[in-house]
Design a binder for this molecule. Sequence first.
Ligand code: ZN
Length: 440
Amino acid sequence: MSSKYWNEKTETLPRAELEEQQLKFLREEIKFAYENAPYYKRSFDAAGVKPDDIKTLADLAKFPFIDKKTQRDTQGVGSFLGELAAVPEEQVVFVSTSSGSTGVPTMSPFTQQDFDEWQDVESRWFWQAGMRPNDRYVHALNFSLYVGGPDVIGAQRLGALCIWGGTLPSERLIFILQTYKPTCIWTSPSYAWYLGETCKKNGVDPRKDLAINKIFVAGEMGGSIGATRKAIEDLWGAELFDFYGLSDIFGACAAQCEVHDGLHIAEDHILVETIDLQTGEVLRPGERGELVYTTLRKRARPMIRFRTGDIGWIDNTPCKCGRTHGRIHVDGRKDDMFIVSAVNVYPSDIEYVIRGLEEVTGEYTIRVYEKDFTCKYEVTVENSGKLPDDAVTRKVSDSLKARCGVKPANVIVLPDGSLERSTHKAKRIIDERKQSPGAV
Ligand SMILES: [Zn+2]
């Protein structure tokens, strides 16, 4: 109870020892992947690299990358779990599934050991943010397929009283906040804002009438954006901690400590590299590039040099909190993805929809903007003359909802020929947000 660390030895391991441990784990993981996952055997052989080539951490740079496409291409090939999996199905106890907004949903499998180690990392993040066994915690994240759902178990292992809230309607959640008086909650930044405002509209002052003193957020950039964080903290009278997760690895792989300067990454489980977007060359700490993760202990599906599509940088300098694990700063997505109501929206999906509808000409622009700290998008299209404008609006809106998972806030229908035509590199996205695109 009195320690500020969940696992002091691990969290404060001197950097040299931490890297020594990483090297040992990395050698084991690469060997395990090569010997058990058909994809890695093939790709390492094709690249002319062998597990024994790993003599130092820097040797990882010789190994090929994987990305989302690799996951999709290998999923279901050879076996249900696909060619990246390194264990037989009977050893797998859990799978989470991505939203699939860019195509086939990707599945993330865990063995029992993977799952338990993941939850130990979650306990670490909760403890780091100050949660203790006498806290009451409401986990207000989606439980359906989503990798963030089981993270509540990390809080339960820590000893907190856990309320598995999931995605309750706001009125019921507010009722729980009033009657059970939880002290901690995890949700998205935009929902934290919306929920606080909804409380006030219903005559409940989050600062005075509720007991929330810690808010964990993930899924959007807001938690690391000073102005957004402060606004939510002021609204609730609580401290906000940004968490960062990837369905491909863990629910939360990194989290802010009390210093709130970057997010500590679980370096005993994940090796982070930043690479140059164009050349793929490894960058030095402090240099901005694409974040690439390698799992060090995951057995069900080792991820070796996974290109996340997230842009950011690593800070390995000592943190004031005393933890030695490096911190990541995530700036946004490589592509123009944006997040609306915790759903990842990809402009490529919008284009897919617009181009496929005969009621519109196929020309379009997307405006991404923020209102009340919530990301929204508006689509402008041209009527091809087959239906009246209001019918086109409905058609576009419904089709976007079906493909992207979330409707546009607005659809503007213009006559044919209104939008500027461009032969290449059309500027179709107008991003009016103050913050960078979302992180997870
Ligand atoms: Zn720290």
